[in-house]
Design a binder for this molecule. Structure first.
Ligand code: 2NE
Length: 275
């Protein structure tokens, strides 16, 4: 696959090919831990992939084969969050901006695949949990570390994990902070499949291509539907927005718009009162 690189980023790489966007966290010297700048860039890249109508599937991964992502960069963690170089940090204020990225991954209406080699740990583990699918290399290691390093994720990191692997297992993962192999992760339904490291990208691209053959609107509605239950009112709001989008695409809705512009009464009698 012939990836084409674009964007002016320092902490990530953004590439596209054949309707797939690949977003790579590029801080391998810190096992792809994220700092605020990394998250701003990830948000920008995910927006680019969302807005690009050629893109149907997004892959999130980490540079190298040692780590997908090791969570928040503990070396720039301040007393109230993670410190960047921006104005807010210069005022001595930290950020927890990974939460915005989690919401963005959940809400963008295209499937996101986590392609995991090596560690998916801490906030990096939560990111893969937020992705629609996870393809793991056989060297992948999964786990949470919050209670070891003085942190926790009480949002998607807790209850979406519990929805994925069950309550007892989610408690074990958080309370004990153990690491789990790729095979163990597959056994508990945390990942979709495990492949040899050298076949990781090939397999992930195969899954992406298979989804690209499917109806984009059907996939969009399914992602919204599956998320709506656990996202409560926010999930329903997105699903309702999709219903409005579909309605706008109908002749019935267009008749309302046209009648307004033509300053006439709308002729809704043409449309059936569906059972
Ligand atoms: C991932 C793990 C288990 C790997 O261990 P190992 O022994 O294979 O590698 P090593 O030597 O620890 O890591 C290699 C280099 O990467 C850095 C290390 O410090 C080391 O560099 P040097 O010190 O030798 O120069 N590195 C790795 N992870 C880093 C990190 N997160 N921040 C900064 N530097 C990091 C092992 O490295 C590990 O346990 N890492 C820490 C995982 C962790 O606790 N992450 C934060 C969880 S909290 C969080 O992400 C969070 C949240 O809970 C809520 C909101 C926002 C964020």
């Amino acid at each position: 696959i012939d990836w084409q690189r674009s964007g002016d980023y320092t902490d990530i790489i953004y590439e596209t090919a054949e309707g797939i966007a690949k977003i790579t966290i590029n801080r391998p010297e810190r096992h792809n831990a994220f700092r605020p700048q990394t998250l701003f860039e990830l948000q920008d890249a995910f927006n680019a992939a969302r807005d690009d109508s050629e893109v149907g599937v997004i892959i999130l991964t980490g540079a190298g084969d040692q780590a997908f992502c090791s969570g928040g960069d503990q070396k720039i963690r301040g007393d109230d969050g993670y410190m960047g170089d921006d104005t807010v940090a210069r005022q001595g204020i930290g950020r927890l901006n990974v939460l915005d990225l989690q919401v963005q991954i959940r809400r963008l209406p295209k499937p996101v695949i986590a392609m995991v080699a090596g560690y998916a740990i801490g906030g990096g583990h939560v990111l893969h949990v937020c992705c629609d699918l996870t393809i793991a290399a056989d060297n992948a290691r999964f786990g949470q570390t919050g209670p070891k390093v003085g942190s926790f994720d009480g949002g998607y990191g807790s209850w979406l994990l519990a929805e994925t692997v069950g309550l007892k297992k989610a408690r074990e993962i958080w309370y004990l902070c153990r690491q789990y192999s790729a095979q163990e992760a597959q056994d508990m339904g945390l990942v979709n499949t495990v492949v040899p490291l050298e076949r990781l990208e090939e397999e992930t691209v195969t899954w992406a291509r298979e989804m690209l053959e499917k109806s984009p609107l059907a996939l969009r509605m399914l992602k919204g539907a599956i998320n709506a239950k656990s996202d409560g009112a926010a999930g329903m709001q997105q699903f309702a927005g999709d219903a409005t989008m579909l309605f706008y695409m109908s002749e019935e809705a267009q008749e309302g718009r046209d009648a307004f512009k033509e300053k006439r009464r709308p002729e809704f009698d043409r449309f059936p009162r569906r059972p």
